[in-house]
Design a protein around this ligand. Structure first.
Ligand code: ADP
Ligand code: ZN
Length: 439
């Protein structure tokens, strides 16, 4: 199956027409499976006056009502299972960033598909069996660690299941075992780069890292540039969520122009998050996925709340699967400050364009009186903090101007002591919203 370029050439490069045929075939089967085996979906169909046979084309999917995170929370833990519990071989859970965790239940078939998708994803970035793959995503219920683990095994690479934390030990292991691929959240990669510098290790000379597979949270191109420069690697964005399988939904190829969505397993739509109207490729909206092959807890039209744009243009890498641009943020991460919509990622883009700043930031929003306050806390790099030439007041004004040009709001800029902002081993928390509970 695998050759020098593709893990599964037949599937990855199949014509779009064949891909659509494949999707329709799988969709019809999935709809029937859900209708026959899930009270939840059967009720949804009945309420909408829909029968499985009404789904005759891919567009007919628009007749099916959306599934939302709260449906899964209401049916916690296994109320949405569409197989017998005895057929479940593994359980995972979301990290609970935005509420109660959501359970993922996998049959052996679901596990095989996930493993295949992770192998395909790692292979797409250039990972091969001669690689030493250092996995610093959390192991356990979180899908990150084990997802990469299964994929790394499948391609036959030397798999190092370090999980999160213990940065000094991680660095030692990377050095001693000659890690070539680093898998973790972008926040942890930033932190590891800092810890290496503090320990006097130059990753470009002392380590063999060449690829980084970073995901599970939004990150900007500026952060990518920093990580690539600091670690001397090529970084790839990887996307997924527990409701679909975990990582393995989409990944960047070496063209670095969007993440290929593995469309043989997932049917993607984008919608207007306010009205639910289906958008065309090229229009920014909320990603909605239907799992075409999953049988444990299948998702029909699952609203992710993640904001992106679908690109169906041909990719130079030869893969025919549509791409999604890097996630701008989740709709529930969006802050409304003085009536203006603000994504933390926009602040990140603004502040990371200043080489004097370390790659950490915290947004603090409050409402002490009638108006929202909006502050951004930042740190200087070691070098900048030692520089005699640096004028902090001018720098603050420049940062303020940059944020204003992107968001349209004036932020209070606070430059805090080096090491004061929280470092993250998993998904970073960039926002402190102190307005909760205040009117
Ligand atoms: P949660 O964080 O909601 O508890 P998960 O652990 O399943 O649940 O994480 C999935 C979510 O993480 C996605 O819906 C998305 O918001 C975010 N995410 C995952 N990968 C990326 C990525 N590459 N870029 C931006 N956000 C991502
Ligand atoms: Zn490509």
């Amino acid at each position: 199956m695998a050759n020098s370029k593709y893990w599964n050439e037949k599937i990855e490069t199949m014509s779009v027409q064949d891909l659509r045929k494949h999707q329709l075939d799988k969709l019809k089967k999935q709809v029937k499976h859900c209708y026959d085996n899930s009270m939840f979906y059967r009720k949804k169909f009945k309420d909408a006056g829909l029968q499985p046979d009404d789904i005759k084309t891919l567009e007919d999917i628009q007749k099916i009502p959306f599934t939302v995170k709260n449906d899964l929370r209401d049916k916690y833990p296994l109320g949405m299972l569409t197989v017998k519990p005895v057929d479940v071989v593994e359980i995972h859970a979301s990290s609970g960033t935005t509420g109660n965790p959501i359970i993922g239940a996998y049959t052996q078939g679901d596990m095989n598909a996930w493993e295949e998708l992770m192998a395909r994803s790692i292979y797409t970035t250039g990972g091969r069996n001669e690689d030493v793959i250092h996995i610093a995503y959390g192991y356990g219920l979180f899908t990150g660690g084990l997802g990469f683990h299964y994929g790394s095994h499948k391609i036959g690479a030397m798999t190092i299941p370090v999980s999160g934390g213990m940065s000094q030990r991680q660095i030692k292991l990377m050095k001693d075992l000659g890690a070539t691929v680093l898998c973790c959240t972008p926040s942890f990669a930033v932190y590891l780069a800092e810890a290496m510098a503090n320990a006097g290790i130059d990753p470009k000379k002392d380590l063999k890292l060449r690829i980084g597979l970073f995901g599970a949270e939004p990150w900007s191109d500026k952060i990518r540039e920093r990580i690539e420069a600091d670690l001397g690697i090529e970084a790839f964005d990887v996307y997924g969520l527990t409701e679909l399988c975990g990582p393995g939904v989409s990944i960047e190829c070496r063209e670095h122009n969007g993440l290929h969505i593995w469309e043989d397993h997932f049917l993607v739509e984008t919608i207007n998050p306010e009205t639910g109207e289906v958008l065309s490729p090229g229009e920014e909206g909320e990603l909605v996925f239907t799992t075409l092959t999953k049988t444990g807890i299948p998702m029909l039209r699952f609203r992710t709340r993640d904001i992106s744009v679908i690109n169906t243009d041909k990719c130079a890498c030869g893969r025919t699967h549509a791409r999604m641009i890097r996630i701008r943020g989740r709709s529930d991460d969006m802050l409304i400050i003085r009536g203006v919509n603000v994504f933390p990622s926009q602040v990140e883009i603004a502040v990371m364009s200043f080489p004097e700043l370390a790659p950490y930031y915290q947004i603090v929003v409050d409402r002490p009186g009638a108006l929202d306050t909006f502050a951004v806390k930042l740190e200087l790099t070691e070098k900048a903090s030692k520089s005699k030439k640096l004028n902090k007041d001018t720098l603050k004004l420049d940062i303020q101007g940059k944020i204003h040009s992107i968001i349209g709001l004036t932020a209070d800029i606070e430059i805090v002591k080096c090491g004061e902002l929280p470092r993250s081993e998993g998904k970073a928390k960039h926002v402190l919203d102190l307005r909760k509970g205040k009117i």
